[in-house]
Design a protein around this ligand. Structure first.
Ligand code: AMP
Length: 364
């Protein structure tokens, strides 16, 4: 079986690594010559809407999936007319537009921060007469890792904030005074079976994920599972999905979902019986899903903009290093380390040492 992937970055790389033991082969459509998955896969080198390459991808692959959601939804539709595409284009269309996504959450009775559409400076000024400060202005499309976002702190900042959006259709969101950020990762296979991972507790800085920890018996696990199940079923979704949530006073507010494997689930590589990458492949191939049970205490630390010496990371007991074979660039996720451990104290020690190393090499 050959799996086609739109995008050839680190997520595609980790899908390929998980798929080889299952006898799978991979072909990626990727604009960059030196992306992380390229050395491991057949590479169709070009942009995502190149029709010749899309036709080649559809011909070569038994199933097509993607590793990031900003692929034009028409591309997924075009591919669907020629081959199997999972998750289907409807999930992509919702996930890549923050306004549609928020409205979709509401339709499913999943609570969110208050939000309003904003298409010009007048709209923004009008909306901010009804929202409290601080609030967040976010572009509807192409936003990730905090890009296309401005925190609004006072009315005299609105003109500059709007100019920085370069007229992109946007939304304003109320600023959530959350106690925790968590995410739930789930997999749904073609015939409908769903598996949930324990929720991850996530720390972001500057809008970028830094650290995730697997939560054991989290009091909000059931609620998170309920919300993600609504999404999976409403979208008739196939594959791995990640739903990002804010915890405020014991309640959960949905921030966004990713229709793909997710950075907050990287701890599952060594930390769960079956990784999110393997379960995504099982789900899209309609194979039985693997156990999502954690193997002890598990977590992940991202390396952003720079990576410590491998010796330094691997000298930390219970740490595993995952390099993405990417060019170093400021603010770019270039590697991560996971920790898996039977003892909580040893786990926290290793996480602490890794966070220190990450802070030394982090240039963002
Ligand atoms: P996003 O690109 O929407 O995932 O946002 C990146 C990060 O910015 C989130 O993980 C939060 O840490 C922060 N953030 C986004 N939206 C809000 C909000 N409405 N209130 C408070 N923090 C937010």
């Amino acid at each position: 079986m050959k799996i086609g992937i739109l995008g050839g970055g680190q997520l595609a790389r980790m899908l390929a690594v998980a798929g080889y033991p299952l006898g799978l082969e991979f072909v990626v459509l990727e604009p960059s010559a030196d992306a992380g998955a390229v050395p491991l896969t057949e590479h169709l080198h070009g942009v995502y809407d190149n029709r010749t390459l899309l036709a080649a991808l559809a011909d070569k692959a038994d199933v097509v999936t993607y590793e990031f959601e900003n692929v034009p939804a028409q591309v997924a539709e075009l591919l669907s007319s020629r081959t199997q595409v999972y998750p289907a284009a409807n999930a992509l269309a919702v996930a890549q537009d923050r306004l549609m996504e928020k409205k979709f959450f509401h339709k499913l009775a999943i609570p969110t921060a208050p939000f309003a559409a904003v298409n010009n400076l007048d709209d923004l000024q009008q909306v901010m007469t009804t929202f409290a400060y601080p609030a967040i202005l976010k572009s509807r499309k192409m936003g990730y890792d905090g890009k296309g976002q401005v925190v609004l702190t006072s009315p005299d900042q609105l003109t500059a904030a709007w100019e920085s959006m370069q007229d992109a259709a946007s939304i304003v969101e109320g600023f959530v005074p959350f106690q925790r950020e968590i995410s739930i990762i789930a997999a749904r296979r073609v015939q409908g079976e769903i598996a949930f991972y324990p929720v991850s507790e996530n720390q972001h800085r500057g809008g970028i994920l830094r650290v995730s920890r697997c939560c054991h018996a989290d009091p909000l696990q059931t609620k998170a599972q309920d919300y993600v199940t609504r999404l999976l079923e409403a979208l008739n979704y196939v594959g791995v999905i990640a739903l990002e949530l804010f915890e405020v006073d014991g309640q959960l507010l949905a921030n966004e979902f990713a229709p793909r494997v997710h950075n907050s689930g990287h701890w599952t590589i060594e930390g769960a019986e079956t990784s999110q990458f393997e379960n995504h492949l099982r789900a899209i191939l309609d194979l039985p899903l693997g156990s999502t049970k954690p193997r002890g205490y598990a977590g992940m630390v991202n390396f952003i903009g720079g990576v410590p010496q491998s010796e330094q990371v691997l000298a930390i007991e219970n740490a595993h290093l995952h390099l993405y074979a990417k060019q170093l660039r400021s603010g770019r996720k270039v590697a991560h380390a996971t920790v898996r451990c039977d003892e909580k104290i040893a786990f926290e020690n290793a996480m602490h040492l890794l966070e220190n190393l990450a802070n030394q090499t982090d240039d963002s």
